[in-house]
Design a protein around this ligand. Structure first.
Ligand code: NAI
Ligand code: 15L
Length: 273
């Protein structure tokens, strides 16, 4: 006897930032949750592999373009934007206006939930010996971090005003492996990223939930108690990489990578003097 596959929870998911490091991963894994994944970026993307895999080039700074992009979508995983520290003017269009355009399009098209890629850098100016949770006041470590803080506040506003739910993922360091000592605390494996986004899409009644995106790392700085309702249970740990990471020279105690949770981001800039 043949069994038919279970229906997927969404018809169409929009993924922004699909050409990026995390977007390329999620473009594959989101196929499990939707009949169609609509991948979008300003940069070139791998071509579509069929009707289930739409590809649309769009600049997030283009309000009308984003409104068209969101048409016929059920939910949005919003990763697109500048992902490192840059001058404010560079961040403004992609991250601040871009996220505004996503929320406005979501309002116009009746989208119920957005998964927003925030960043650990919204609390980057805390020292590495300070434990944090989602209720700790933010200390953004640059213009990039400020844009993510604004995105989180936008999520709160659109929930209270229009009922659009958001899970803001304060992603730590999501790469194939931790690259330095700091990332032994902040690393998020790609497998745990997939699980985190899955819970953010599927958990009921999230309102605006903020969660730090990290694997089950021994020396983590962050406590996700306020997001326990999401059911995120990381399976990986940076510990297996400790021997190879600790072969690297130890940064000085005065180095931002030793002092602050945001590491080198806290020392970027000033720009354009
Ligand atoms: P990435 O830089 O590889 O990807 C971001 C994508 O956004 C790029 O493909 C870029 O072309 C696109 N983009 C930039 N400006 C755009 C615009 N105006 N319109 C449309 N698309 C635009 O970054 P990554 O690592 O994949 O991160 C994805 C998201 O997660 C980003 O929002 C980043 O800030 C956030 N994040 C990532 C972390 C990580 O460890 N990978 C840590 C914390 C947050
Ligand atoms: C981020 O927000 C960046 O997007 C990513 O490239 C990493 O640098 C990460 O934070 C980190 O803090 O390691």
């Amino acid at each position: 006897m043949t069994t038919s596959p279970l229906p997927k929870p969404f018809h169409r998911i929009l993924l922004t930032g699909a050409a990026g490091g995390l977007g390329q991963i999620l473009r594959e894994t989101l196929q499990a949750h939707a009949a169609i994944v609509r991948a979008s970026d300003i940069s070139p993307m791998a071509p579509s592999r069929g009707a289930h895999d739409e590809v649309i080039t769009c600049n997030l700074a283009d309000k009308a373009g984003v409104a068209a992009l969101v048409k016929d979508v059920d939910t949005i995983v919003h990763l697109g934007g500048i992902s490192v520290e840059r001058a404010f003017e560079d961040i403004l269009d992609a991250n601040i206006r871009g996220t505004f355009h996503i929320y406005e399009a979501a309002r116009l098209h009746g989208i119920k939930r957005i998964v927003f890629a925030s960043s650990n850098h919204v609390t980057g100016f805390y020292s590495q010996d300070t434990p944090l949770d989602a209720h700790t006041p933010r200390r953004p470590d640059g213009y990039y971090a400020l844009s993510k803080a604004y995105g989180e506040d936008m999520a709160t506003f659109y929930f209270h005003r229009y009922g659009i739910e958001t899970v803001s993922l304060r992603i730590g360091s999501s790469f194939p492996e931790p690259r330095n000592r700091r990332m032994l605390s902040t690393w998020l494996s790609y497998g745990d990223l997939d699980h985190l986004v899955t819970r953010a899409l599927l958990a009921p009644d999230v309102g605006h939930t903020v969660i730090y995106g990290m694997s089950d790392n021994r020396d983590a700085w962050w406590d996700n108690r306020h997001a326990a309702h999401l059911g995120f249970e990381p399976a990986d740990s940076s510990e297996v990489f400790r021997p190879q990471v600790e072969c690297q020279p130890q940064p000085a105690m005065s180095d931002p990578d030793s002092l602050y949770q945001g590491g080198a981001f806290t020392a970027a800039g000033p720009f354009g003097d």
